[in-house]
Design a protein around this ligand. Structure first.
Ligand code: HEC
Ligand code: HEC
Length: 220
């Protein structure tokens, strides 16, 4: 009688452990989350402390909360926001778990000294330097290439979030046909999942124009 009880209890515990493991899935891969989140940095910044007004901070938020928010955006019904619905759509469950783990581990304060914040500072320094350079005599395509490399590549190098991929003639020809004024307006003020100025708040209008000229030239 006693043995039967013990075996039953052991089985129950085993079942419980298995069910639990299945529910929580494999441990999230924070490094993979950071890589997958490259397209998010344009608005949420490298460490999740938003760089654009109206974009919420992700740094230090509960992992479970971030996961459920991303599931809610991905299904397109529970939480409706055109930008975030587009951003979440291509994410797998595993991506969501990795990205949520990554942002939940970032520090919320801006005076800390962790690696992400250092990177954020050097990113801003780089952008400021870039803007200074663009004020000098460098030609448009050189400036454009630099702006592309610091801001636009996050989406336009891979085609993330449905962005027309640089070098993809088919993806660009219809857009180029709209005329430069339209392209510039869309790039400056945002267009669906394309954030205003591609998220580069320190870029001048001329910088953005140069980046468009560069991407167009490379995609003709
Ligand atoms: C173009 C700018 C932009 C990009 C790129 C972007 N987001 Fe967002 N994100 C927003 C905005 C704006 C909101 C607020 C939307 C709302 O009101 O629901 C938001 C909200 C969120 C929230 C909800 C936060 C909260 O406090 O409820 C999460 C989580 C999130 N984004 C994650 C991501 C992830 C992960 C990526 C990359 C795959 C990403 N975002 C890319 C602009 C962006
Ligand atoms: C967070 C991702 C993201 C970043 C960063 C980004 N883009 Fe885009 N971009 C998009 C997406 C998505 C589209 C397609 C939007 C659509 O047609 O619905 C797009 C479209 C465009 C278009 C075409 C607009 C049109 O009218 O067809 C231009 C021009 C453009 N981006 C310029 C830029 C420039 C310049 C930068 C860098 C300064 C940049 N983008 C950075 C996502 C991004």
């Amino acid at each position: 009688m006693k043995t039967v009880f013990r075996v039953g209890l052991a089985l129950l515990m085993l079942f419980h452990a298995a069910a639990h493991a299945q529910m929580s899935g494999p441990a999230p891969d924070v490094g993979a989350g950071q890589r997958r989140a490259a397209v998010c940095f344009a608005c949420h910044n490298l460490n999740g402390v938003a760089r654009i007004p109206g974009v919420p901070n992700l740094a230090g938020q509960q992992r479970d909360y971030l996961e459920s928010a991303l599931h809610a955006y991905r299904d397109g019904q529970t939480r409706q926001n055109p930008t975030m619905n587009a951003m979440a759509k291509p994410l797998s469950d595993r991506d969501i778990s990795n990205i949520a783990a990554y942002f939940s581990l970032q520090s919320r304060t801006s005076n800390g000294s962790n690696a992400s914040q250092m990177a954020q500072v050097s990113d801003q320094t780089q952008q400021a330097a870039m803007v200074r350079v663009s004020a000098t005599t460098e030609d448009t395509l050189t400036v454009g290439k630099r702006v592309f490399g610091s801001s636009c590549f996050a989406c336009h190098a891979s085609g993330a979030a449905g962005a027309p991929k640089m070098g993809d003639h088919a993806a660009w020809s219809a857009r180029i046909a709209q005329g430069n004024a339209t392209l510039l307006q869309h790039a400056l003020h945002g267009f669906n999942a394309m954030p205003p100025k591609g998220g580069c708040t320190t870029c001048s209008n001329d910088d953005i124009q140069a980046a468009i000229a560069y991407m167009s030239a490379m995609s003709r």
